[in-house]
Design a protein around this ligand. Structure first.
Ligand code: SF4
Ligand code: SF4
Length: 452
């Protein structure tokens, strides 16, 4: 016997040649279907005898229908734990410096002129090597993170060949990414990142056009940064053309700059960047501070985001409407993953180092790169799936869990719900996916199913 899964989300009803239909999103598998309304009604009513054998088989394969007595939450968390256990990627984040030139109002970090020293670099190489030995890793995913990582480019230069070598010696693929404010990423530096430092993914933040960005992401002395960052992005796009390098532009949004998201997209389009960069918006959140107090209400953000997604489609940006299955939520739940800051302190989260609000010593610290991991702090965030299983957070009752993963363990542990915008606008996203599907080749495959 089968039942309708609790992990199914539908679009509002729409009409195709006067026939009412809905888009069905089975989050357990990430499958998206269009079905006549009467099929959906039969599923909701449990009238499965109205559906033909092929359709029943397809629905079961997509896990729209699941075994009647299955505990779905346990099944999903079991899969998550299995994916964490068998993950073949070692994720390792290095903050080569505690310095950043910018003075963004929402940043919770305290910056200082402190870069990794030679002994710490030595310890990092040893630490990465030791972690690679612990499992059958196939890939080392190295992320250069800040503060501003390019303020530590000397350390990036000295560490890269050594980290590449230990990966190569173990037959592990090396893949590096960088999250940078982009200010120091001149054409020459961009070229070096891509051609010498093995960087295949670059993320840069622009908080709007110059009028808004420069008010938010200025230097510590208050100087404008937009024009330089944009010029640097254009140079990088040129360098990266025809190379397997992804460039992402993130726009951090709150009430102050929401009205400038579309002008920023238009500017990127006018500069010829829309087909080259992956553009996305992210709501401002607390970072050991009260930055979230300037945030848009989640419902308002979700509503505005739909208009941004539409504009992205019009301007030729890739539009990620329907999230994919996410079994490993983030660094925090991966037992061998780590972040090391410029003091050599180890963490299993990217948002806690350099944040004075987390105490001294930082209560999220899991150890030191010289002496290794100590204590039980890894478990504060690392036990997230167990906490979900115990019903501690809303995720244990949420249909999006298989594609969201719980979004951010730290936010939950600190008492805030980090739900992505899709929690509030998923039905409309599905409708958009169906519309885009009809306009042209869509980014989201929507498969049609017919009634028996
Ligand atoms: S716990 Fe949250 S902030 Fe920390 S790494 Fe995971 S997603 Fe990022
Ligand atoms: S973070 Fe929010 S949207 Fe994601 S699974 Fe948890 S409750 Fe659902």
């Amino acid at each position: 016997m089968q039942k309708l899964s609790a992990y199914v989300i539908t679009s509002p009803i729409f009409f195709e040649d006067a026939d009412p239909r809905v888009v069905v999103f089975a989050t357990r598998t990430g499958s998206v279907f269009e079905v006549p309304l009467q099929v959906w009604q039969a599923l909701q009513a449990g009238n499965l005898e109205k559906l033909n054998t092929q359709m029943l088989a397809d629905l079961a394969e997509a896990e729209v229908l699941v075994p009647e007595f299955q505990d779905e939450l346990s099944t999903i968390l079991k899969r998550n734990r299995e994916s964490i256990r068998t993950n073949t990627h070692l994720n390792y984040v290095i903050q080569p410096t505690a310095h950043c030139q910018l003075g963004c109002g929402y940043c919770g970090q305290t910056h200082e002129r402190k870069n990794l020293g030679p002994l710490q670099e030595e310890a990092i190489v040893r630490d990465v090597g030791a972690r690679l030995e612990t499992s059958e890793f196939a890939e080392l995913n190295l992320c250069w993170f800040g503060a501003e990582p390019l303020s530590g480019i000397q350390q990036m230069r000295s560490l890269t060949p050594r980290l590449r070598k230990i990966a190569e010696d173990r037959n592990v693929e090396y893949r590096a990414s960088i999250i940078t404010n982009g200010l120091a990423m001149t054409g020459k530096v961009g070229d070096e990142l891509v051609n010498q430092l093995g960087v295949v993914s670059v993320t840069v933040s622009l908080d709007g056009t110059a009028a808004f960005h420069d008010k938010r992401r200025h230097t510590k002395a208050g100087a404008a940064t937009f024009d330089r960052i944009l010029a640097n992005l254009k140079a990088l796009a040129k360098t990266a053309a025809n190379r397997p390098v992804e460039i992402k532009v993130r726009c951090n949004v709150d009430r102050e700059n929401a009205s400038d998201v579309v002008p920023l997209m238009q500017r990127l389009y006018d500069e010829g960047l829309s087909s080259v960069v992956q553009f996305y918006t992210a709501p401002i959140h607390a970072w050991g501070n009260d930055a979230h107090l300037r945030s848009l209400e989640p419902q308002e953000y979700a509503r505005l985001e739909l208009s941004w997604l539409l504009m992205m489609k019009r301007l030729d940006f890739p539009v990620p409407l329907v999230p994919k299955v996410q079994r490993v939520v983030c660094l925090a739940v991966q037992p061998k993953a780590a972040l090391v800051d410029a003091h050599g302190t180890l963490f299993n989260c990217t948002e806690v180092s350099y944040v004075p609000a987390y105490g001294s010593p930082n209560h999220f610290a899991i150890g030191d790169v010289n002496s290794g991991e100590t204590g039980t702090a890894r478990h504060i965030l690392g036990g997230f799936n167990d906490m979900v299983e115990a019903g501690k957070f809303g995720c244990s009752r949420c249909a999006l869990l298989p594609v969201c993963g719980g979004a951010c363990p730290k936010e939950w542990v600190e008492g805030r719900a980090p739900c992505p915008s899709s929690k509030r606008n998923m039905p409309d996203r599905l409708l958009l996916a169906a519309a885009f599907n009809r306009i042209a080749a869509t980014t989201t495959p929507v498969k049609a199913m017919e009634v028996a």
